[in-house]
Design a protein around this ligand. Sequence first.
Ligand code: WQD
Length: 380
Amino acid sequence: MATVLLTGGAGFIGSHTCLVLLEAGHRVVVVDDFSNGSPEALRRVSELAGLEGWRQLAPDRWVAGDGQPALLTLLKGDVRSPRDLDRAFEDREAMGDGGIDAVLHFAGLKAVGESMGQPLRYWDVNVVGAVRLLEAMGRHGCQTLVFSSSATLYGITDRVPIPETAPLQPINPYGYTKAAVERMLADVAASTAGWRIALLRYFNPVGAHPSGRIGEDPNGVPNNLFPFLCQVAAGRRQRLEVFGGDWPTADGTGVRDYLHVMDLAEGHGRALETLQAAPPQLLTLNLGSGRGHSVLELVRSFEATNGLTLPYAVVERRPGDSAISVADPREAERHMGWRTRRSLADICRDGWAWQSANPEGYRGSDRQPGRSLIQVQPVS
Ligand code: WQD
C-alpha cells in the first residue's frame, strides 16, 4: 500500500484514477484548484470506494475514510504554489509519518483550441506547474512520478499506428507544453539518480465509470467529440457537427483511438506498481487501444448501444486536425502488462449512463441513468 499524491485528482482522469487507487488499497492525497474538477466528484469517488465519513474539515480541506490517517484527503490548491504543495507533502493527518511515496501529475490545461489563444497561461500552468512540483518532490524526498502526457505531441503524422519512437512534432501550445515537460523530466532523471518516472501519452480518453456517478464534466462548450455527443443526446446541444467528411478514411470522417477512462485509470495503477517494483527508470508509453474508429462509427455505436438517434451534420474540417491518430500500444503491454479491455460499446454505454443521470454534470442534481431529456430526431 502506498500513499499517493494526485495533482488535479478531482478532474476527469484524476477522479477515475483516484477510485482505482483507493480500490487497490492505496491512500490518496489530492491537490486540485477546481478549475476543471470539483469536490463533488471526489465525494462520489469516496462513496464508490466504500469509504465512510466524507467531511469538510476546513474551507479548503476534505477527508474520507474512518480512522487516522484518512484514506482520502482533498486539498484545494494550485500546483504552481510551493506553499500549497508543501502543505500536501506535510499533511500528517493524511499520511501519518510515512510521507508521500509517489505522485501522479494530472493538473494542467488541456484544450487545444484554448491554448492557441492563451499560450502564456498554458506555459505557466503546464510547465511552471511541473517545475514547482518537481522542486517540491525534491524538498520532500519523493522520486516516483507518473506524468499525464498526450498523443497530441505527435502532431500531424501519417504513421499508423504511432509508436513512442515517432518524432515529436507538436502543432499547438498545448502540445508544446507537454513535450517541454517530457524533456524536463528526462533531464531531471538524467541529472539525479533514483528517479522512477512514467510518461503516459494518452490517445483519446472517453466514457465514464459504469455506475454513472462520475464522468467527464467539461467547462462550457465541450471541445472534444465524445462529451459534445453525449450532451447532444441529453438535449443540452442541438446537433453534432462532424468536422470534415472528406478525410482519406473509409467513411471520410476523422479516425481516432478512443480508450475507456477506466482502462486509462487502470493503466495509471499499473504504471505506479511497475515503477515501484523496478529499479529507477524513465518509461515512455502510449496508452491507447491500438484500434481506430471514425466519428460516424462512434455516432452509430452510441445510437445502437443506447437506443438513441443523434442529429448531426457534416461540416468543414477543424483547423489543426489530422485524418488518423491511432496508438501502437505494444510497449505498455510489454512493460506493464496493460492493454485496454473495454469496447466502444462499453464506452458508449457508460458515457451515456453518466450523462443521462447528470445532464448538468456535477452542478446539477442526479437523474435516473438512461433517460434523455428529449427524444432527439435525425436531421434530414
Ligand atoms: C476527435 C475527432 C475531430 C469534435 C484532443 C487533443 C488530445 C486529447 C484528446 C488531451 C476528430 C472530431 C470533434 C466535434 C467532430 N486531449 N470532432 N466534432 O482532437 O483527437 O484530441 O482531445 O490530451 O490531446 O488534441 O479529440 O475529441 O476533439 O476530436 O467531428 O464537435 O472528432 O475532428 O476527428 P482530438 P477530439
